[in-house]
Structures are given as structure tokens and as C-alpha cells.
Write a protein that binds this ligand. Structure first.
Ligand SMILES: [Zn+2]
Length: 320
């Protein structure tokens, strides 16, 4: 399974909303599109490995010409066993990706006329789950890493008193020279110890990269883990306005603003991971010229992402 490096507007994904309506007029059209995204290099039967073009049964299953087994294009994806039409799912994905800041559950419920808030909420979580590309690339080059606190009051200062009720999020961002940012990764962590911080870096950053942190001891082991670790320690004047990691600081500010505006700050700690996934997806594709491209990427990832039952969503503790 491969992802297309340069999908083309009007060929791989709809250029406009009008085109979106024309392309996905019925269920078979949606299924064909999913099949094309799922088997970008051509169909391959999961049972026998046969690569002959399958035929489609009256009920929309793909029938392998070689072994006769039948598969649903949604099996093993986030759409598995959905009782709603794929057209409604596609509309949800278009709605979520075509808006710069995404959608709230209430907004999605209204625009799609979904019966319940819970359905809209569950769908958004499934889509956020699909926003984390399986086997995604690691960050590389020059990377700032720092923690930020989300929720609660902003009093108390960094790693200081008053931060107990806030959620700790560690952020890594590629910094470009002389200015600008590349991609980000972020994760909620239980505390700021090395046991929480270092595995995050090892997970999301390529070995050999240069990691910039402040003087916090939690980062001490990075150089032993194959990174070039540079501590950026400013004078100890205690100036509260001083920002040692401007990239992370900027992204943290954008993240908090997004949580407050699109979601009215109503994100509970337990589900924060999902919102971090969505924010990461949006941030890393902020330069995409077409919103249709985001639609394409999300569909592409949704068919590569294993189903996520409601039960699992409400129990989720950690991403990755
Ligand atoms: Zn087969």
C-alpha cells in the first residue's frame, strides 16, 4: 500500500464543493473511490493474494476472480460496519477538512442533520484517529522540544506550582533556518520526567537530529540516545517573558487558541490526545493549497486505519 506523493486536484480529489457533489452522488461512487484509495497500486485479495481486477456484487462487495472470496471495501477501515451511508461520511470528511479550523461535534451534527450529538462526537473521534498516519515519518534536522500546559489556569509558571490540574503536552517542532517551522508532533504525558520525555523524542525524531531544549534535567539522556543535544540556556534573570523555545511556544499558543475557539475549551483531559492528533494533522498540512487535498489525505488514511469502536474511544488513554 502506498500513498500518492502528489495527488492532483480534479483527478485524485474534487477541486470544489460542486465537483464533490458530482463525484459522490451515490454509494457505488463512494465505494469505488474508497477502493481506489485503499488499493492505490491495484487490488490485491487478502485471502489468496490474487491481483485480478475484482467484480462488484449487487450488494457492493468485491468478489475475487481467483478464489471467489468477497470483501467489503470498508472492512478493516474506520468505516467498518457503519450503518450510515458512505455519502454522509464523505460529507463529514469534506466538512471537517474544508474548514480551516475544523469542526465541532455540534457543528457536524447540525450540518449533516445527524440524529444525535453522540454520533457526531464519535465520528469526529474516528476521523481524528485516522489523522495519525500509520508508520508516519519521523521529524529530522533541527528540532525544538519543550512542554506546555493545557487547561486549568495559566498561573503557576512552568513546571511550577499550580500546574497539577493541567494536562502536560510535550511538543517537538522542526525549525528552519533562518526562520519558519516544518512539521510538529505532540503528545500528552503524565509528568515531565526523563521517562516521559525521552521516549517521546525517540519515537518521533530521527536519530542523529539536533535537539534543542532548555536546561531541564528531564532531557539529560538525549545525547545517550543518539541525538545531538543542545541546551539553550539564557541568563537566569527570571524574566517571565523570556521564551527559550520560540517555535514550541508559538505552536502551544496556536494549539490553545484552537482548543478555546473551535471547541470552546470543552476538551476533557482523557480525550485531549484526539485533539492533539487533529491539530497535528492540520498544522502539518497548513501549506496545502487546496482543502480538497486534505480531504484526499484523510480518506486515504481512513482506509488504512483499523476500526475504532466507540467503546475503545471512551476508554482511550494514550495515543500511539
Ligand atoms: Zn482471492
Amino acid at each position: 500500500m502506498s500513498t500518492r506523493p502528489h495527488p492532483v486536484a480534479g483527478e485524485d480529489y474534487p477541486r470544489t464543493y460542486q465537483q464533490f457533489l458530482e463525484w459522490f452522488a451515490d454509494e457505488p461512487a463512494c465505494r469505488r473511490y474508497l477502493a481506489r484509495c485503499r488499493w492505490a497500486d491495484g487490488f490485491e485479495c487478502a485471502q489468496c493474494g490474487g491481483k485480478a481486477e475484482p467484480w462488484t456484487t449487487g450488494r457492493g462487495y468485491l468478489h475475487c476472480r481467483q478464489c471467489g472470496s468477497q470483501v467489503s471495501v470498508t472492512a478493516g477501515t474506520i468505516f467498518e460496519r457503519t450503518r450510515m451511508p458512505l455519502r454522509t461520511w464523505f460529507a463529514a470528511i469534506w466538512f471537517v477538512t474544508s474548514q480551516k479550523d475544523g469542526a465541532s461535534a455540534l457543528g457536524l451534527k447540525r450540518v449533516l442533520g445527524l440524529g444525535s450529538y453522540q454520533t457526531a462526537w464519535t465520528w469526529l473521534h474516528k476521523l481524528r484517529h485516522a489523522m495519525v498516519r500509520p508508520g508516519r515519518d519521523q521529524l529530522c534536522g533541527r528540532i525544538e522540544v519543550d512542554e506546555t500546559y493545557v487547561g486549568g489556569s495559566d498561573l503557576g509558571g512552568k513546571r511550577g506550582r499550580g500546574s497539577e490540574r493541567k494536562k502536560i503536552v510535550v511538543i517537538a517542532v522542526e525549525v528552519h533556518s533562518p526562520k519558519g517551522f516544518g512539521r510538529v508532533r505532540m503528545r500528552r504525558i503524565p509528568d515531565v520526567s526523563g521517562d516521559s520525555l525521552v521516549p517521546f523524542v525517540c519515537n518521533v525524531v530521527e536519530k542523529g537530529s539536533e535537539i534543542l531544549t532548555d536546561g531541564w534535567s528531564g532531557y539529560n539522556k538525549l545525547s545517550k540516545c543518539g541525538y545531538r543535544h543542545e541546551r539553550v540556556v539564557f541568563s537566569d534573570t527570571g524574566d517571565p517573558a523570556h521564551v527559550s523555545m520560540p517555535g514550541v511556544h508559538r505552536i502551544a499558543a496556536l494549539l490553545k487558541r484552537w482548543l478555546l475557539s473551535t471547541h470552546q475549551g470543552s476538551v476533557s483531559g482523557k480525550h485531549l490526545d484526539y485533539y492533539l492528533d487533529e491539530y497535528t494533522f492540520r498544522f502539518n498540512r497548513r501549506t496545502s493549497r487546496s482543502r480538497g487535498m486534505l480531504f484526499y489525505r484523510l480518506i486515504e488514511q481512513a482506509v488504512m486505519t483499523a476500526p475504532l469502536p466507540y467503546r475503545q474511544i471512551v476508554q482511550r488513554k494514550h495515543n500511539i
